[in-house]
Design a protein around this ligand. Structure first.
Ligand SMILES: [Ca+2]
Length: 217
């Protein structure tokens, strides 16, 4: 019985290590850029258990044109009608080796010109960008938070933020503003090693057998 208690407590402690916490997984800060920034930009800050900042980057879909902005990653040529599957900002979120992550929120520090896109939706590589994880309408500049619950236990996910409903082809949108400009929050945990799980299972079986023998005697 005493041995069972020790094992049970040990198991609770082991599970506690991987319990969910709300942390910053990765973020981009575009304060240092100006003019037209073509191509991709690597992330600025990442959780210690996530991949290196250089392994996560943001880029534009083929339907967009990089546009000039100070302190923001910008584009124009957004769809003036409904959703265009080529009009998006794309960014990947990757765990460090031996870790997996859950995503709670994707926060966009969004700024747009008067004729920029107003309708946004977030999709992911997990279903081939088939369905929206969340959507929002933006008019004023500021922080827009997408709350997600379906992204868990992942090691590498690419997100696309689609924009549409622009008033003109010259209408622009950028991720930029005070502090971080694109923030992914969630939790990251250690992938349980098969040997550890096997060890715990054997421990429980041993205790189970011990208790069975004790009951019989
Ligand atoms: Ca900023």
């Amino acid at each position: 019985m005493k041995m069972f208690k020790v094992l049970a407590i040990t198991s609770v402690i082991a599970l506690g290590v991987t319990a969910a916490r709300a942390d910053l997984l990765v973020a981009w800060e575009f304060a240092g850029i100006s003019g037209v920034t073509a191509g991709s930009i690597t992330s600025t800050v990442a959780h210690a258990d996530m991949a290196a900042t250089s392994d996560m980057e943001i880029s534009r879909g083929s339907g967009l044109t990089p546009s000039s902005n100070t302190g923001g990653y910008a584009a124009n040529n957004w769809s003036q009608a409904g959703l265009d599957l080529d009009d998006y900002f794309e960014f990947n979120v990757k765990a460090g080796v031996g870790f997996v992550f859950d995503v709670d929120t994707v926060v966009c520090n969004l700024r747009r010109s008067g004729t920029g896109p107003v309708n946004f939706e977030l999709r992911s590589s997990l279903d081939g960008y088939a369905s929206a994880l969340d959507s929002f309408t933006a008019s004023a500049n500021g922080l827009y938070t997408n709350s997600l619950s379906s992204i868990s236990g992942q090691s590498d996910v690419t997100f696309r933020l689609y924009g549409s409903g622009a008033g003109a082809a010259t209408g622009s949108m950028n991720l930029g503003g005070a502090s971080n400009d694109l923030i992914i929050n969630g939790s990251v945990s250690v992938v349980p090693e098969p040997t550890t799980l096997a060890g715990l299972s054997l421990g429980f079986l041993a205790v189970y057998g011990f208790r069975r023998r004790k009951v019989r005697s």
